[in-house]
Design a protein. Structure first.
Length: 552
């Protein structure tokens, strides 16, 4: 029996519906149908799941095969464990290039999690997977079966879906049985004042579990908000975010603060309705004051000056005492704080306003991330951060970004890997075919890198025929799989005159290194990858080696 037949005939059970909480399937089906993404309720290692809705046929095919499911194990396989350990939604991109999230939840005293998404968010990720099936490590799969139900969604769709699932769970808890006692308890719960962020209940605004879109009068405002900040110039992004936030929340006063990880403080970037100029406002230490406490705890604060037992200074000229201070973050990484106050008409801010910020916070975070890197490019005077021939980032940008990512990985204790890539026998290729052919080979190699790498990876031309790849939040084992995929992609790509090379085609050698106690600086990580690259060259080329201490 061939390997292809084995992959087709072998099967791993995907679903255990008898163990699912009663009534949950209908809720999950409604959310999945509205969102257009896959949803799975899991309790432990996956597969199997308890409830599977609209599963991506790619995932179903891979996870049904005992041979291929091992590639999924570091991602969806341990998603339940990661989400429940961290106690918050976890976003990840799997080996197939699919964007996913895992959301911890509790139903009936059971610690469960929902895996959502399993969707391509970019055409490059989709093309990369298609290439693996066409002529890569998955070419023996049945293409008709693999591509039967492919899902596409952007990151905002996944954020909204995760928010809807969390609300659906709250709704699921609040209505356990349809009797008079349950109805009265539900009404009492809805009228009680919430005490903590995770207990917030919004009678007017909580979306039903069958939709991921904001309702009624908010829908157009939220959509317009996202469009406006996406269209803003990087130099104007702070002012644009604050202006759109103030309009959305009817705030006459507001401020936007950016978190400096190295200084552990907030720095004001935009302000409106404040008597003092933003340039005259000092920084705020994390943990100090209202905004400092909010960024430290990672929880929004909806309150009044009176409730906090404070007195506002007369010179600040507040019109009302109600305000919202909201932390902006991407996963566990702190980005900044948005403050709004003085609601038009004099009304107090409420849970509906807070839920509205919940919807637009992911767009704010991504926009701030773009603005932050634009600022850093100017700060390091990287007026040209790309290589003119290949279009990839240049070495100066790579080293600055590598230093930044290294500090972040240490701070949050997450892995990070790095690659050095060299085109084999490139001098011979140049000498035989001319420099124009050599330049074209560099361009084709860069295209291979772009089509194969993940969205978060940072590719650069390090110099000459050398390229480097920064792989954030990637352990060495995963980096090795990516390296081998890159190597195969380049080897199987048609280059002009490639057949005249010593190995019969244009190939690359790759050296890998990863953050560790012995490799904890930019210089050490680059040097280790370079040594591993030399090892690959001296052992036959067209291969990838990882640095493992003293190379033999």
């Amino acid at each position: 029996m061939t390997r292809k037949k084995t992959a087709r005939l072998a099967h791993i059970e995907q679903e255990l519906p008898a163990r699912a909480p009663s009534g949950w399937r209908e809720v999950q089906d409604s959310i999945s149908e509205s969102a257009g993404i896959a949803l799975l309720l899991v309790e432990g290692h996956q597969p199997p799941a308890l409830v599977v809705t609209n599963n991506n046929s790619i995932c179903e095919t891979l996870q049904s095969s005992p041979e291929l499911v091992r590639q999924c194990d570091p991602y969806c396989g341990v998603a339940h464990e990661r989400a429940t350990n961290q106690g918050e939604v976890v976003h990840y991109r799997c080996h197939a290039g699919l964007q996913c999230f895992a959301l911890p939840l509790e139903i009936g005293g059971r610690n469960l999690a929902v895996i959502g998404g399993r969707a391509f968010s970019t055409g490059a990720d989709y093309r990369g997977f298609v290439e693996r099936v066409r002529a890569g490590d998955l070419e023996e799969l049945d293409a008709e079966k693999v591509f039967r139900n492919v899902i596409f969604a952007d990151e905002a769709d996944l954020d909204h879906a995760a928010l809807t699932v969390s609300r659906a769970v709250a709704e699921f808890h609040r209505i356990p049985v349809p009797d008079e006692r349950a109805e009265s308890e539900l009404q009492a719960a809805q009228t009680r004042r919430p005490g903590a962020a995770e207990q917030r209940v919004d009678k007017e605004f909580v979306a039903p579990p069958i939709t991921i879109e904001p309702r009624g009068r908010f829908a157009d405002s939220v959509r317009r908000f996202a469009e406006q900040i996406d269209a803003a110039e990087p130099s104007q992004i702070y002012e644009s975010i604050l202006a759109q936030s103030a309009e959305l929340l009817r705030a006459e006063r507001g401020s936007l603060w950016l978190f400096d990880e190295n200084a552990n403080e907030l720095i004001i970037k935009a302000a409106r309705g404040i008597p003092t100029s933003a340039n005259e406002i000092g920084s705020i230490r994390a943990g100090e004051g209202i905004a400092g406490s909010v960024i430290n705890l990672g929880q929004p604060l909806l309150s009044t000056i009176d409730a906090l037992g404070r007195e506002s200074l007369p010179e600040r000229k507040y019109k009302t005492r109600s305000f919202i201070s909201y932390p902006i973050a991407i996963g566990a990484r702190k980005i900044g704080v948005l403050n709004v106050a003085d609601k038009r008409g004099g009304a107090a801010y409420d849970e509906a306003d807070l839920a509205l910020i919940d919807l637009v916070a992911p767009q704010i975070a991504l926009a701030l991330e773009r603005a932050l890197w634009q600022h850093r490019a100017n700060q390091f005077q990287l007026m040209s951060i790309t290589d003119p021939l290949t279009g990839l980032h240049n070495r100066r940008y790579l080293e600055a970004r590598l230093s930044e990512e290294l500090n972040r990985s240490k701070r949050y204790d997450v892995p990070m890997s790095f690659m050095m890539i060299d085109i084999d026998d490139f001098k011979l290729y140049n000498d035989r075919n001319g420099h124009q052919a050599g330049d074209r080979a560099l361009e084709i190699t860069a295209q291979c890198l772009r089509s194969t790498l993940r969205k978060a990876d940072v590719a650069s031309r390090y110099g000459g025929e050398e390229f480097s790849i920064l792989l954030p939040q990637t352990p060495l084992d995963d980096a090795g799989m990516i390296a081998d995929r890159l190597r195969r992609t380049i080897m199987n790509t048609r280059f002009p005159h490639g057949e005249t090379q010593p190995l019969g085609s244009v190939t690359v050698s790759i050296g890998l290194s990863s953050l560790s106690p012995s490799l904890d600086s930019v210089e050490a990580i680059i040097r280790a990858a370079d040594r591993a690259l030399y090892h690959a060259k001296s052992h036959g080329k067209n291969r990838a080696y990882a640095y493992q201490g003293l190379m033999q």
